[in-house]
Design a protein around this ligand. Structure first.
Ligand code: SF4
Ligand code: SF4
Length: 143
């Protein structure tokens, strides 16, 4: 009998406490700002320096660029930028080395797909993935 009363006591005490669980996916889960989520890429900022490709431990970034078509301008422009999320480990190294913050982390983590091909994201997809950018990147981004 005592055990039953004790159990009921715990239940009643817990009922009045704030919930710690979420009704995911109906309710979005807010991730902490240092969370390493799927990258956003801004082609306008990329200088095709290849540092992200060189540092990537899983070789999941591929890019192509070319000399700036305007003879009055120096440097290169980006043509294609792809990340294979089958093997990306979201380690953050590519965003750490990028000198212009062309590639930055977001808090977005939902990548579930039925086909592996859907995990191969191109420049357009990465550019449109522009919500929930980490606030430290938003503040420091050179525009
Ligand atoms: S997060 Fe890491 S594994 Fe993924 S693309 Fe960047 S460097 Fe490569
Ligand atoms: S490190 Fe940044 S600027 Fe350099 S190629 Fe990668 S995304 Fe572009």
């Amino acid at each position: 009998m005592m055990g039953l009363l004790k159990g009921m006591g715990v239940t009643l005490k817990t009922m009045s406490k704030k919930k710690v669980t979420y009704q995911y996916p109906d309710e979005p889960v807010g991730m902490p700002d240092r969370f390493r989520g799927v990258q956003h890429f801004d082609p306008e900022k990329c200088i095709v320096c290849n540092q992200c490709v060189r540092v990537c431990p899983t070789d999941c970034i591929t890019l192509t660029g070319r000399k700036h078509p305007d003879p009055g301008k120096r440097g290169k422009i980006i043509d294609t930028y792809d990340i294979n999320f089958e093997i990306c480990i979201l380690c953050d190294l590519c965003t750490e080395v990028c000198p212009t913050e062309a590639v930055v982390m977001t808090n977005h983590f939902e990548l579930a797909a039925y086909s592996r091909d859907d995990l191969f994201k191109n420049m357009e997809w990465l550019h449109e993935n522009n919500t929930e950018i980490r606030s430290e990147n938003n503040v420091n981004a050179k525009r």
